[in-house]
Write a new protein. Structure first.
Length: 138
């Protein structure tokens, strides 16, 4: 499943699993439907656009205040000191699930539930999870 999903990312496509029992489409794909417990062996391509269903704006990041997988994101250069991070859940058009990611290129004061967003892809996808950088406002 992960291989199929990553191949889709290389082509700038989001792939989900389709459940023949309840008709739900779940992104990223999985083998078993959490709703009706049927095997999900069919795939669907969903839109690169969606709607924010949940979000939080973090306080400004400071060196030494947070560890992610044992690393300080400010110290490693992943996040600039003073920058806020906006984790979001997005329901992509054509999907019945929420996907967690990061909102980029957005004014934290303008973020709201129902905000329309689109996937922000790397310039040259390599077939990796990192091809999908996050989402940004439409």
């Amino acid at each position: 499943l992960l291989e199929e999903y990553v191949k889709g990312l290389k082509q700038k496509k989001l792939i989900g699993s389709f459940c023949p029992g309840c008709g739900k489409v779940i992104v990223p794909p999985r083998n078993l439907c959490g709703r009706c417990h049927r095997i999900m062996d069919r795939r669907r391509i969903v839109s690169n656009r969606g709607t924010i269903t949940c979000f939080i704006v973090t306080p400004p990041m400071e060196k030494g205040k947070l560890k992610v997988l044992g690393m300080d994101p400010v110290e490693t250069g992943l996040i600039k000191e003073g920058e806020v991070v906006i984790p979001v859940f997005v329901k992509f058009d054509g999907s019945d699930s929420n996907t967690d990611t990061i909102l980029l290129n957005a004014d934290p004061k303008a973020v709201h539930i129902g905000m329309r967003v689109k996937v922000l892809w790397v310039k040259e996808p390599q077939g990796a999870l990192s091809d999908f950088e996050g989402v940004e406002p439409v």
